[in-house]
Design a protein around this ligand. Structure first.
Ligand code: PGA
Length: 257
């Protein structure tokens, strides 16, 4: 972590928990976590539980994210949810481009960019995920993939527009081979990927790079969080499985200071 950026700990609950279970988990997170004065904590429940969780967390330091969003505001888009709708139920954030969305539901670099624009337009903060698959890592193209995914977020924007989009943006580097597998990236590999992303932003757009927070995700657990968070370019973590256990998630939050 770098003291110029606030640590961010995010829990992605994926397709787990009913409404009442989600509210209970959210309350447990808010009640048991000792959240450092500068740390931000976000949880991303299933869509059906967003409103109830957001209400349960009013007055706490835990905020709420959607796990996905559609880029249109309304219309004939069966099964989709828009940014104003997320805002309406109390979300401050949304994930975009999670590898499960990219791999299982056809999310593309281009749709990720449209979703970023939609979230920003409606005052929601994106957590934009990117990362290489195992085949890409073994094929030696990790950094090509990261560059492509990152550059696509600012594709066709002029420098001023790109800088506006990147200011305060949260990225989540999630190597796909580390998600849900128990196989965490070595903290040095995470640091290298994060530094690569930040350097790429700095090379293209200058010092806005220092305002971008880059989370690491992929089998983050209470016992590996501190080492990951100790890396200078790791500004937080995006936690899947381990965020479903309030006590464990509280330990990860504490690792951020
Ligand atoms: P995991 O998931 O912590 O269960 O590996 C991380 C994620 O998909 O965001």
């Amino acid at each position: 972590m770098n003291p110029s950026r606030k640590p961010l700990i995010a829990g992605n609950w994926k397709m787990h928990r009913t409404v009442s279970e989600s509210v209970a988990l959210a309350r447990a997170v808010a009640d048991t976590s000792r959240i450092g004065p500068r740390t931000e904590v976000v949880v991303a429940p299933v869509f059906t539980a967003l409103q109830a969780v957001a209400q349960a967390l009013v007055g706490t330091r835990v905020t709420v994210a959607g796990q996905n969003v559609y880029f249109e505001e309304q219309g004939a888009f069966t099964g989709e949810i828009s940014a104003p709708m997320l805002k309406d139920v109390g979300c401050a954030w949304s994930l975009v481009g999670h590898s499960e969305r990219r791999q299982l539901f056809g999310e593309t670099d281009a749709s990720v960019q449209k979703k970023l624009f939609a979230l920003r337009k409606h005052g929601l903060a994106p957590i934009a995920c990117l990362g290489e698959t195992l085949a890409e890592r073994e094929g030696g193209v990790t950094y090509d993939v990261l560059r492509r995914q990152l550059d696509a977020m600012t594709a066709s924007l002029d420098a001023q527009e790109a800088t506006a989009l990147l200011t305060g943006l949260v990225l989540a580097y999630e190597p796909v081979w580390a998600i849900g597998t128990g196989r965490t990236a070595k903290s040095s590999d995470a640091q290298s990927a994060h530094a690569f992303l930040r350097d790429r932003i700095r090379d293209r757009y200058g010092e806005v790079a220092d305002t971008v927070r880059i989370l690491y995700g992929g089998s983050v657990k209470p016992d590996n969080a501190a080492e990951l968070l100790a890396q200078p370019d790791v500004d937080g973590v995006l936690v899947g499985g381990a965020s479903l256990d309030a006590a464990g998630f509280a330990r990860i939050i504490q690792a951020a200071g």
